[in-house]
Design a binder for this molecule. Structure first.
Ligand code: SF4
Length: 333
């Protein structure tokens, strides 16, 4: 296992410490320009959906690859955008996953560094406590403990599934501690790298901004606004909140496709599963579900607090309707 391939591991962090270079030297020395450029490519790649491979050959290139990771963490911290942080962690984990496909003897050592101790030649046995820790962020039903074969405290997982669990553990590891508390002077000295990244980030956000069409987003009640903002930040909604959001949007005449596209920002977006859920709520099984009333929303912790209008209505749809009524100017007499 080459540690520069997995720069988020304990071993890699130890090697960076041992190399003994200060952050100052990474920022200023001409000989580290390749490190700064590779750090920028890591972040730019994350914004585009994938960090490109680097294929280091010499020892110096391996060191450059290794050092570019902590510097990329500094860059994303300077940019300080939550969507970027999540995308960056996901892209680092996906890069590691691609590299795992070529990995032979080092796979178990990498798994152990990430807190997993798979036993056997494969399919592996993994202790359920390690499994739960690694799989708790994965939403597909196949990862649920109840859908796995459990015997004497161990689950059986294929090699491919083990790599997926390692990818998820790597994502959590990369995200941990971000954003770093970075001094403003350090960010200023990285400005030539940060400015193009900032522009790329803004362009990405503009592209992904949800187009709610004819819907009056400004008239949404606080609960729905909060859920939309959580989804845009890549936060996974609880089942009850997801149901409330989808049923509300369908009731105000958004199409199933428009609603599905809103969820296309989460790291483990599963389009087929989302389509099934949205179409089910829309009435594909014969029942068209109505969004829950405010009292139910409050019971499930989905009412973020009431504004003035909230105190006078009992249903999020009434809120929306009242806001529409009061925002439409009366025709001239
Ligand atoms: S009172 Fe009703 S409409 Fe207002 S935020 Fe709570 S659930 Fe939404």
């Amino acid at each position: 296992m080459r540690i520069s391939d997995y720069p988020f591991t304990e071993d890699a962090a130890g090697a960076v410490r041992e190399a003994g270079y200060s952050l100052e030297s990474l920022l200023t020395r001409a000989s580290f320009k390749a490190v700064r450029s590779r750090a920028m490519r890591r972040v730019a790649g994350a914004l585009q959906g994938a960090i490109p491979e680097s294929c280091p050959q010499s020892q110096a290139e391996h060191l450059s690859e290794l050092l570019s990771y902590p510097l990329a963490r500094v860059m994303v911290s300077c940019l300080g955008d939550e969507i970027l942080l999540r995308r960056y962690a996901l892209a680092e984990a996906k890069l590691a996953f691609r590299r795992m496909q070529e990995e032979k003897d080092g796979l178990k050592a990498l798994a152990e560094d990430l807190g997993l101790h798979p036993q056997g030649p494969g399919p592996y046995k993994i202790h359920f406590s390690e499994y739960i820790r690694a799989a708790h962020g994965m939403k597909s039903p196949k990862w649920k403990l109840t859908n796995r074969d459990l015997s004497q405290g161990y689950l059986t997982v294929t090699e491919e599934e083990t790599k997926r669990l390692m990818e998820e553990a790597a994502r959590v590891r990369v995200l941990k501690g971000l954003p770093l508390p970075v001094d403003e002077r350090i960010c200023a000295s990285l400005e030539e790298y940060l400015q193009p990244l900032r522009e790329q980030l803004e362009a990405l956000k503009a592209r992904e901004r949800v187009d709610l069409g004819a819907v009056e987003e400004g008239a949404f009640p606080p609960c729905i606004k909060k859920m939309l903002s959580d989804v845009a930040r890549g936060v996974n909604l609880a089942h009850s909140a997801r149901f409330a959001l989808v049923s509300f949007l369908l009731h105000i005449n958004m199409t199933a496709d428009e609603v599905i596209s809103i969820f296309n920002t989460s790291p483990d977006f599963d389009s087929e599963r989302t389509r099934y859920q949205v179409e089910h709520i829309a009435g594909s099984s014969g029942t068209r579900y109505k969004p829950p009333a405010c009292s139910t929303m409050a019971t499930y912790g989905n009412c973020p607090g009431q504004d003035e209008l909230c105190r006078r209505i009992s249903h999020p749809l009434s809120y929306y309707q009242r806001r529409l009524d009061t925002s439409t100017p009366l025709p001239a007499q």
